[in-house]
Design a protein. Structure first.
Length: 111
């Protein structure tokens, strides 16, 4: 599912299982362990109970869409509560900016 689809109508998918594929942009430990994931259409938060992925990793995240105020946080957020994660295998260069397997051309366009 594209991140833009979740952003367009988040209440429709609240508390439902969703899958998002993209590149990890940043990781954080506070106020809870989470990371940002970006696809070609947008960026969103993913909360994890596992080890944080490395920035630049191209991953697929399955989990439940949470909308509310997470514990330890003071602002309402929309995020995916990660249940499973897999790394996207590449046999060719990736066109998604920031991916560790991105083509040089896509990296230059982003700069």
């Amino acid at each position: 599912m594209l991140i833009s689809q979740l952003n367009a109508d988040p209440l429709r998918r609240k508390d439902k299982n969703v899958t998002v594929t993209g590149v990890v942009r940043a990781t954080y430990q506070t106020p809870f362990a989470f990371f940002t994931i970006e696809d070609a259409t947008g960026t969103m938060f993913c909360r994890t109970n596992a080890e944080l992925p490395l920035p630049g990793a191209h991953i697929k995240v399955d989990g439940k869409l949470f909308i509310g105020i997470p514990e330890g946080c003071s602002l309402p957020l929309m995020l995916v509560d990660e249940k499973t994660r897999s790394y996207v295998a590449h046999t060719n260069a990736c066109g998604l900016n920031g991916c560790e397997f991105a083509t040089k051309n896509s990296q230059e366009i982003a700069a």
